[in-house]
Design a protein around this ligand. Structure first.
Ligand code: 5CA
Length: 446
């Protein structure tokens, strides 16, 4: 992509409505535009990151054996009357009447609808276990939408639902989600800590939230700081092996880590002083086990091996896909702008041409662009007729993790400059060596 032809409406001034750094940078970098309170358009750069995040979520769900579906955003109220939540959900639910005066709503979550799909098509233990998930827009008429995509009214969520024949199998599904989420967030360059939480309007007795530590987070968190050092890494987990999956969950949930909703002061005091921490966190996901809450109310049953008809065991599992952009920026930025982790960056590398219009420099940039494209690394090439300082400032603001700077002086010596956004360090090397180095770096992320 050439910047001269792209749509990157960068703002020079800090937008005054933005109270936190991620919101400020998303507006300044031309990633989103607000259309109403808590409702945003996704501009090209923001959409690229949103798509990367969705891709990672999809890959990790499929790795865990979960199956994608897509349900509508609009739902009939009658489904929610069956579960009893139509009255319970309150003012957060956006209620709409169609032209026939039928009660509809913009879905805030999909337990009822997925249960309806299940009961229409599945009735035997032989078809279980089954986990269906989607990535779809949700609407919650939040009292205080704020911080940009962090607390939106319309927001993108991955919501997954497991169906199992008994409680032990459903708890395995819960654990499987926990492990798949750990890997999902790590691939995005995040440390997200599973914390025991409260189940709120979804219901049920087992639930964990995943929190990214950040002082702008909306939740107060209490934890043993040794949890922040735990990493799943690229170890292979057999998602069908219940003991192995449970083992990973135990590894990540044994140290104390809770939100204020479930905080236990007595337990907390037992943590050694130097590891006992109170902080704030951004909730980027939550998993729930709620058993037969919805299946019983809505008549979703299966026949077991012994021929008994039982309500199916369920849980639901969410990831805040659009919120993740905010969380990643809160966790990874400096005073110049965003620093995207390689896993989610909108472009893997930027090219800065220091002397636009100079035939040799233009040709070297075009050739570099071609070589990168050939390796599947689409660069954002700043080919505008601008000062070097302005080009660097744009690159720093939009946060591509790598930049290649091409100028006549370097070319005279046969080199370009490769700069890391994170460390600020540069090295001079041939264009071929720069491409090879980036190929190596991104091999671990794609
Ligand atoms: N049905 C369950 C799981 S599928 C559910 O709705 N869970 S939830 O309420 O915890 O939402 C899942 C995730 O969506 C949250 O962890 C959070 O990351 C994200 N989320 C929730 N509300 C908002 C919002 N107003 N703006 C942006 N993201 C949100």
């Amino acid at each position: 992509m050439r910047l001269s032809r792209y749509f990157l409406p960068v703002l020079k001034e800090d937008p005054k409505e933005a109270q936190i750094v991620s919101h400020r940078y998303m507006l300044r970098a031309g990633m989103i535009k607000q259309q109403a309170a808590g409702i945003y358009s996704w501009l090209p750069l923001g959409l690229r990151v949103l798509n990367r995040i969705q891709q990672i979520v999809n890959e990790e769900q499929i790795r865990a054996g979960h199956i994608p579906v897509l349900m509508p955003t609009m739902q009939p109220a009658d489904l929610w009357r069956e579960s009893g939540r139509y009255d319970d959900y309150g003012a957060e639910m956006l209620r709409i009447k169609d032209r026939h005066e039928r009660d509809m709503l913009f879905g805030p979550t999909n337990e009822e609808m997925i249960t309806d799909i299940f009961r229409a098509h599945v009735n035997s233990y032989k078809d279980l276990p089954l986990t269906l998930y989607q990535i779809q827009w949700k609407f919650r008429d939040e009292t205080r939408p704020r911080f940009g995509v962090m607390r939106g009214r319309e927001f993108l969520m991955k919501d997954g639902y497991n169906f199992d024949v008994d409680k032990a199998s459903a708890l395995h599904a819960y654990n499987r989600h926990m492990v798949s989420y750990l890997r999902t967030y790590e691939r995005m360059g995040l440390t997200a800590i599973p914390m025991r939480a409260d189940s709120g309007p979804i219901g049920g007795d087992d639930t964990h939230e995943f929190l990214v530590l950040a002082n702008t987070g909306e939740s107060e968190v209490f934890y043993d700081d040794r949890v922040t050092a735990l990493k799943l890494g690229d170890r292979e987990v057999d998602f069908d092996n219940r003991d192995e999956v449970l083992g990973v969950c135990k590894e990540f949930t044994t140290l104390y880590a809770r939100t204020d909703e479930t905080h236990d002061a007595a337990l907390f005091e037992q943590i050694p002083d130097q590891h006992r921490k109170v902080g704030r966190g951004i909730e980027v996901g939550q998993i729930f086990y709620f058993g037969t809450k919805y299946s019983e109310a809505m008549g979703a049953t299966v026949v077991t091996k012994d021929g008994n008809k039982v309500p199916v065991e369920m849980g639901s599992h969410g990831i805040g896909v659009s919120r993740l952009l905010g969380a990643i920026i809160e966790a990874s930025h400096d005073e110049k702008g965003i620093i995207w982790p390689e896993g989610v960056t909108p472009f893997p590398v930027g090219i800065v041409n220091l002397k636009q219009g100079d035939a040799a420099t233009d040709a070297a940039c075009a050739e570099l662009e071609k070589a990168l494209l050939k390796q599947g690394l689409e660069p954002l090439y700043d080919d505008r007729d601008e000062r070097a300082g302005a080009k660097f400032a744009t690159m720093d603001l939009i946060g591509l993790p790598w930049r290649i700077t091409v100028g006549p002086r370097g070319l005279a010596n046969g080199v370009v400059e490769l700069t890391s956004r994170r460390s600020g360090e540069s090295e001079e090397l041939t264009a071929e060596a720069a491409v090879a180095k980036l190929v190596g770096i991104y091999a671990a992320h794609r």
